[in-house]
Write a protein that binds this ligand. Structure first.
Ligand SMILES: [Zn+2]
Length: 120
């Protein structure tokens, strides 16, 4: 396996991970749907972030668990990171990768919409 790079539309921000994801998560919650993210999960230590991003924490939940980040210039979603720094997982937006990189990845569909409803 070799490292793969995801870059935003303008190229200013993104990430490098040590290996291509073998699974891609599609979540149907309102946040993921509206932002258009498809995720691959990694330990934060295994993700090298690049460039300047702006964090967004959703305001419609009493206890949001994460912040999404988008490129400060073009607005493309680069990743999400947990608000609890001890949480050992983060997600990168696989839409920033060359599509060939995730061609063979399994698609996992997550029903995040039901968490939306529980969380208020
Ligand atoms: Zn950009």
């Amino acid at each position: 396996m070799s490292a793969v790079e995801g870059r935003c539309a303008c190229g200013a921000a993104g990430y490098t991970v040590a290996q291509a994801p073998d699974e891609v998560t599609e979540c149907n919650c309102t946040l993921c749907t509206k932002l258009g993210g498809r995720w691959a999960y990694y330990a934060p230590a295994d993700v090298a972030l690049v460039g300047e991003t702006i964090a967004y924490v959703r305001g419609d939940m009493a206890k949001p668990g994460l912040a999404t980040h988008h490129c400060a210039r073009c607005g493309a979603i680069t990743h999400w990171a947990p608000l609890d720094p001890t949480y050992a997982r983060m997600g990168v937006n696989v839409r920033l990768l060359d599509p060939a990189v995730i061609e063979d990845a399994a698609i996992r569909r997550v029903d995040g919409l039901s968490w939306d409803k529980d969380a208020g």
